[in-house]
Write a protein that binds this ligand. Structure first.
Ligand SMILES: [Zn+2]
Length: 350
């Protein structure tokens, strides 16, 4: 193992942008599909990869087609037990990746449409994360991510329904296809969530029409504390300044939408550019089991290779994961101390 690979794999990491439905490894996906009697268009792990990879050569491949493929995998989730198993599976993987802290997104609407009540989802996520914390020493917080192509009323009703489970959810997010003017549309949801004390984040996908306007809307109208992706901010100095002034973090994903199993050099240049300008940006995996896009260590190793990034840059990206975490200051300080100690101890000659 090279010094670089060793440094990246051995260092304790935080992951802040990962969707639990995108972490289901092939064997578990097939097991869950089988026990729920869901017919998937795949028979083996190799089939899954081949099926998903077929789309990679399609020039029309985009966020919508990625979500379509992801829906095939998400369709197997029909019982609380499924959510418990996928949570435990991700946390098991965290131990290999040396992820010691994760903020994980889950999609309540997909589960509800598939007959899993919100209470069942939350109970299962809780028991899965307690078992994972016990067995693999990983701390987890949950972000409930609404689908912005679904009605606002649906999100408001769910927000109401989770009142009894308030302490199980750290934050509220938005994902799925980026509809025009979504920050204004979802303002009532974020206002209600803010009143309840939830942390707030939203996806602003990369190179979407009106990217800058949407990022600005998330900051000014939704009052987010974090933005998932948001790389187009680099095209507007005033937006970059807003991110810095308001201490709004970005969660970058070098293999965004996962069908890009390789790091996009252009995306990476936007991420390093934002980092250099002083934006609090971290690197994350997004949907690591989809399309063979890779778990966090692999994602970081690929990013380092693609941009020939220095040890200092990689350490800064990784350290930013802990700095951006929604944790009380003493917990954050403890993680940062552990990170800095490891950083000093692990060799990486360049
Ligand atoms: Zn995402």
């Amino acid at each position: 193992m090279s010094d670089i690979t060793h440094f990246i794999t051995a260092i304790p990491k935080a992951e802040l942008h990962v969707h639990i439905e995108g972490t289901i490894e092939a064997d578990l996906l097939l097991t869950i599909a089988d026990r729920n009697e869901i017919a998937l268009p795949y028979k083996s792990a190799a089939d899954i990869l081949a099926g998903q990879s077929k789309g990679k050569s399609d020039p029309k491949q985009n966020l919508d087609s990625f979500i379509e493929a992801l829906d095939v995998c998400r369709s197997v989730l029909r019982r609380g037990r499924d959510y418990e198993d996928i949570t435990y599976g991700y946390l098991k993987r965290c131990q290999i990746e040396k992820i010691v802290y994760a903020e994980v997104m889950f999609d309540p609407q997909q589960g509800l449409r598939q007959g899993v009540g919100i209470e069942a989802q939350l109970e299962a996520l809780k028991s899965g994360s307690l078992a994972g914390a016990r067995d693999f020493g990983v701390e987890v917080q949950w972000i409930m991510s609404f689908q912005r192509d679904r009605p606002v009323e649906e999100a408001l009703n769910i927000l109401d329904a989770i009142q009894p489970y308030r302490d199980q959810i750290a934050g509220i997010g938005l994902d799925n296809p980026e509809r025009p003017d979504f920050p204004n549309t979802f303002a009532p949801v974020f206002a209600a969530a803010k009143k309840e004390g939830y942390k707030l984040t939203s996806h602003c996908d990369v190179h979407i029409p009106n990217s800058i306007e949407h990022i600005r809307g998330c900051i000014e109208t939704l009052g987010v504390e974090r933005i998932d992706h948001g790389l187009n901010a680099i095209e507007d100095d005033s937006v970059v300044q807003q991110l810095i002034d308001k201490n709004i973090a970005l969660t970058g994903c070098p293999t965004r939408y996962a069908f890009q199993s390789q790091t996009s050099p252009d995306d990476l240049a936007m991420m390093t550019g934002l980092l250099e300008q002083g934006v609090l940006i971290s690197l994350n995996s997004d949907d690591p089991a989809q399309f063979g896009s890779g778990w966090l260590s692999q994602t970081l190793i690929e990013a380092q290779r693609t941009g020939n990034l220095s040890r200092k840059t990689m350490a800064k990206f990784m350290r930013n994961g802990f700095i951006s975490a929604w944790l009380p200051s003493d917990r954050k300080a403890a993680y940062l101390e552990e990170f800095d100690r490891s950083c000093d101890a692990i060799r990486w000659k360049q």
